[in-house]
Design a protein around this ligand. Structure first.
Ligand code: NAD
Length: 418
């Protein structure tokens, strides 16, 4: 498989795999197999828009690996979706599931569309037709989608309903991230932020930083970022800065994220919150703090600004917020990074719990879910840290070494058929 542009997500994904393959002396054939998706499906989605215009959209579902179990990964609706991007994201899902040792392979889906310009009816029709097209490869025992950029619990409900209608029974386990009323899990909405909080606190313990009073800056005050801020605040840390797409706010004495969240719900942004100074998103990344949580977009910490990051720890709630060049700079400067495939794996972990509860038709309490999530995040953090120490590498490389090693081992044990 060839990539399009020199620094595409797929290039980065392959580079990471090649680097780890060298470090763990992976046999060349296993390495070659892992460089390919197991399956890639391209589908056409014909639709009639609200004004009567007929249109054909393109969608993808890529399954990178089904070696350790059914594949798992979100569905993205975005005008910039490409097969290369979906392929890279699917590979990263394989590693993420393997890092936290849940019995899944990796997959990802995407539809090239602009949901911001579509009505609810159009979105529902697009979703249902896409669901039917990919139904030949998804299912509770095969591949289980979830929400991603611009898809949500409602989109998952439409997919679950479409698959159930076409099969004639209630197939709750076909997607996760569903509303609780139709087999969703308690704690799923907060799971990513909770996992970030747990791993960030483990990192602070390791670096000898007291949580009480520790200064925290969070870029992106959406689902992942706001929950991380709330939970770190409740654990005793001081949230000194938060931001959203419009800009950020800063108060060295600490902000109350509960009140900032209420303010954002009312006004649509954190901007203008009382008792705080305005900061730009770029400035927020360079605040003097103990913990920096990028929780917005990819490629925020780059070769250009990495030397100015003053945090002692970076915990990546977002996917891919640090470029490979910046990674090296942070590592050389002694900044400890909890990489995305570990830090934000709480989301897929509780998705796994949702699927397990759906299959058993037996639902757990929120306290149970949070405790199980904590157990998995702490033991995964420990396993990655031990790998980093053993191989004398940064935490991202360690997480990949652990993940690729687990997948390669499963491949070897299963053997090659026929
Ligand atoms: P979200 O849409 O709820 O929140 C995104 C936030 O980022 C919003 O507050 C938005 O205003 C802000 N933002 C957008 N552009 C920005 C910019 N240029 N600068 C600063 N802030 C900006 O999304 P989310 O679900 O919280 O996802 C955030 C990141 O976390 C993404 O990278 C996503 O892939 C990753 N992630 C989320 C989950 C999850 O379960 N929600 C799981 C794993 C990874």
């Amino acid at each position: 498989m060839k990539s399009k542009s020199p620094e595409s997500a797929w290039d980065v994904a392959l580079e990471q795999l090649d680097d780890v393959a060298k470090k763990i002396n992976l046999d060349p054939y296993t390495h070659e197999r892992l460089r390919h998706s197991q399956r890639e499906l391209t589908v056409s989605i014909p639709m009639r828009m609200d004004d009567g215009t007929p249109r054909v959209f393109t969608g993808y579902r890529v399954q990178h690996s089904l070696i350790r179990g059914p594949s798992k990964g979100g569905i993205r609706y975005h005008p910039d979706v490409t097969i290369e991007e979906v392929r890279a994201l699917a590979m990263w899902m394989t590693w993420k599931c393997a890092v936290v040792n849940i019995p899944y392979g990796g997959a990802k889906g995407g539809v090239i569309c602009n949901p911001k310009e579509m009505s609810m009816r159009e979105l529902e029709n697009l979703t249902r037709r896409y669901a039917v097209e990919i139904s030949i490869i998804i299912g509770p025992a095969k591949d289980i989608p979830a929400p991603d950029v611009y898809t949500d619990a409602q989109v998952m409900a439409w997919i679950m309903d479409t698959i159930s209608m076409t099969q004639g029974w209630c197939v709750t386990g076909v997607v996760t991230g569903k509303p609780v009323d139709i087999g969703g899990s308690l704690g799923r909405k907060e799971a990513t932020g909770r996992g970030v909080m747990v791993t960030a606190i483990e990192a602070m313990k390791y670096k000898g930083i007291e949580v009480e009073g520790a200064k925290v800056a969070v870029q992106g005050f959406g689902n992942a970022g706001s929950v991380t801020a709330l939970l770190m605040h409740d654990a005793g840390a001081k949230i000194i800065g938060v931001s959203d797409s419009k800009g950020g706010i800063y108060n060295p004495k600490g902000l109350d994220p509960h009140s900032v969240l209420e303010y954002k719900a009312k006004t649509g942004s954190v901007i203008g919150y009382e008792n705080a100074d305005a900061v730009s998103n770029a400035e927020l990344l360079e605040l003097e703090c103990d913990l920096l949580v990028p929780a917005a977009l990819e490629s925020q910490i780059t070769e250009e600004n990495a030397r100015r990051v003053k945090a002692k720890i970076v915990a990546e709630a977002a996917n891919g917020p640090t470029t490979p060049a910046a990674d090296k700079i942070l590592y050389d400067r002694g900044i400890f990074c909890v990489p995305d495939i570990l830090a934000n794996a709480g989301g897929v972990t509780v998705s796994y719990f949702e699927w397990v509860q759906d299959l058993q038709a037996f639902f757990w309490s929120e306290a149970d879910i949070n405790e199980r999530l904590r157990g998995i995040m702490v033991s995964s953090f420990d396993a990655v840290l031990r790998t980093a120490e053993k191989h004398k590498v940064d935490m991202r490389t360690a997480a990949l070494i652990l993940a690729v090693g687990r997948v390669a081992s499963a491949m070897k044990i299963r053997g090659l058929w026929p």
